[in-house]
Design a protein around this ligand. Sequence first.
Ligand code: HSE
Length: 416
Amino acid sequence: MVKIAVMGFGVVGSGVVDVIKKNAESIRRKAGKSIIVKHILDIREFPESLERHLLTKNVDDIMNDDEVSIVVEVMGGVEPAYAFTKRALLAGKHVVTSNKELVAAHGAELLAIAKEKNINYFFEASVGGGIPIIRPLNQCLAANEIAEINGILNGTTNYILTQMIRKGQSFEDALQDAQEKGYAERNPAADVEGHDACRKIAILSALSFGKHVDSEKIHTEGITKISLEDVEYAEEMGSVIKLIAVSKKLGDKVFARVSPMIIPREHPLAGVEDVFNAILVKGDAIGDVMFYGRGAGKFPTASAVVADVIDIVKNIDRNNRIIWSKNDENLLADIKETMASYFVRVKADDKTAVYNSVNKIFGDCSFITIENSKTQDEVAFVTPEHKEAYLQEAVARIKKLSCVHAICSIIRVEKG
Ligand code: HSE
C-alpha cells in the first residue's frame, strides 16, 4: 500500500481524492499496489466533506510523516506551493503537481532536487489538463528533435473566441458567459491576457529544448482587443481567430510567443473549439502529431495527476530523468527579428489613398471587404511577410498618414 498526501482541496484536489477512491480497484491493478490518501492540506474548513477526518491545516503533518511517500500539490500559485514542494522533495517525497505557474518559474531547480534525491517531480497536469503531452514529449517522442510546437493551451479564451465566432457574441458577453459556466475565474486576467498560455508554452519549450525558458520574457498578447469585426473579417478570409502559443528552434535560440492569430479553416488547430485544447508538435522523425482533449476541469486534470501518481508507484525507486537545466543567459530569440504577415484594419474616408499608401509601405497587400454597416469607413488588408521590427516602423508611418483616422486592429496571420 502507498500512502499519499494532497495539498489543496479545491476543484482539482477534490477531483484527485474522488478518482483515487472511485477507481481504487483498477488503480491497484495498474499500479501494483493500493493507493490511499492519508492527509489533505487546506486552510479552509470542509464540515460537509466525507474526507474531513483527513484534513489538516499543518503542513508538518505531511512533511514529518514517513509513511507518506508521494505528495500531490494542487494548491496553485507560487507561494507557499514552492516552499512546500521543495521541502517535500528534500524530505525524499515524490511530488506530483498541476501547478503550471510553479513549474514554469522553478521547474529547473525542483527537477534538479528530484534527480539528486532519486525521486520524481511530475507535472503532466500542468499543460493541457487531461491531455497527455508532458510524458509523450519526454518519452514517446524522445527520438525526435522537436522543431516546433503550436498550441491552443487555454480553454477559457478558446471558449470565448468560439462564442464570438459561432454566436456573434461580443468579447464582454462571451467572457460573462464563460464566468457563469465556471470556465473563467472572476478575475480572468491570467487567461484573457495570455499569461496562463504563456506559462504552459514556457514549460513545453523547456521540456523540448532542454533549458529553462523565462516565461516573463515571452512575448504575450491576450484576446481582450479582439472585436466581432475582426472575427467577421477572418471569416471572409476563410479563417478563424485563435489564441496560439508557439515555440520553435531558431538556430541556438528559441522563438516563443503567445498571441491571437488568424489561421485558415483547414489548419489542424482551427477546428479546436469551446474549452478544448490541442497541441501540434513537429518532430524531425515523426512529422506532425496532434494532442487534443479537455485542457481544464476537475476530472480531466485529476486524471493526469493520478496517472502521474500511478507512474511513480510503479517506479518508486528511480528518477525518471525529466530534466531541463537552469539557464542564466536569455534563450529567447528577439521577437523583432521574427517574420509574420499581418491583418491590419484602419478607419479611413479616402480609401484609394489608403490602398496606395499601404501598398507603398508594406508591398502588395490583399484587401478584404465585408458587408457590415460598422465597417463602411474602414480599410482592412493583409500584408506580405515582414520582420516585427519593420511592422513597428510601418505602424508609425501609417499613424502619420492624413488619410488614416485610427488603427483598429493588428493581428498576425498564418497563411497555411
Ligand atoms: N484557466 C485555465 C484554462 C485552466 O482556461 O485553460 C487550466 O490551466
